[in-house]
Design a protein. Sequence first.
Length: 440
Amino acid sequence: MALKETLKQKIEEFRPRTTKLVKEFGKVKIDEVTIDQCIGGARDIRSLVTDISYLDPQEGIRFRGKTIPETFEALPKAAGSDYPTVESFWYFLLTGEVPTQAQVDEVSAEWKKRQVVPSYVWDAIRALPRDIHPMVMLSVGILALQKDSKFYAFYGSGKFNKMTAWEYVYEDASDLVARIPIIAAFIYNLKYRGDYQIAPDSTLDMGANFAHMIGQSEQYKDVARMYFILHSDHESGNVSAHTTHLVHSALSDPYYAYSAGLNGLAGPLHGLANQEVLDWTMKFQAKYCADKEPTKELIKEALWDTLNSGQVIPGYGHAVLRKTDPRYMSQREFCLKTPGLKDDALFKVVSMIFEVAPGVLTEQGKAKNPWPNVDAQSGVIQWYYGLREWDFYTVLFGVGRALGCMANITWDRGLGYAIERPKSVTTAMLEKWAAEGGRK
């Protein structure tokens, strides 16, 4: 495939850069570690490398150097749509180049060959209790695919070569991103639509096909395209991306690695937050705006009531960002230009909270970042289109996040990154260094 050949050329051109950095500048100090960083989850310690995306506190996410609006503008669009296809975005993440339509068509054709899911995956998912969380089903489904891992087979062949190992990771990664929307749609239909399964449509791009398989509207095709791209990557330090990188650094194949990443994504401090935000928003609406227009005065009073009662405003604040999450703004723009959705009662509440909450949180003075993150908006769109089983929202997140995670570990192997192994210290050591004013 031409994409793989292009990627091979780029990896071979890139390798001397990392070799030179380690060999000639390996002892250059780029950061210092404090005790609160050591205890507080390694926050802001610069110790991971990725060229797929970068999260700037003041600017937000950049994919391969482009902002979200720039990315949406540059990539080839789906037929009849203002949004790019996920296939074009995959090419862009892997190579850093905006693909031609012919290159997008090649990726699309390749994915259609790869998207056939072995029957044993369906057997593994069906063997689980029907009322189990859908993220368990997705994690099990991805892990079950490991049986046919090309990287695993290559490693065990006796011909393993670290310079070509990335090619087998690429094969597994491409299989995984092609199959994960098929598996996610199967899970949705199994759990929420009486196991009424809809076969994939080979004429549709990935986002549109996902919408088709879960019985969604024509308009939802753009929701899927937008959602999967926006949730694809957020540099390597977030739990799902870091877990995937960590597990793969031990040369575990992409299925082992991403199944682990999905388990991290399922946590309420990470991917599960979107359903918690929607739950809070709906309760907020029922309590304060059930029979009233959500005016600024009403929302301001209600938010102060919330804060004064000791609660937080879910969906506001971010570990890194110090501005409104651009992913939030992209979804907000979609809502505002969509007839019906812009007048939806729940969206009106979310929109008014967006206008009022930053001022309230700033006045309160406790929040480092009073602006909304992606979770403050995403659930409302899904709810509007009738996808109201919010346990499934993190599965949607997982489909998108696979793109960034798989692109990252393909490059990890291409550049031969080492197994991740941070050094631990004891509390007694920290106490000693604290008393001495630092580690001598």
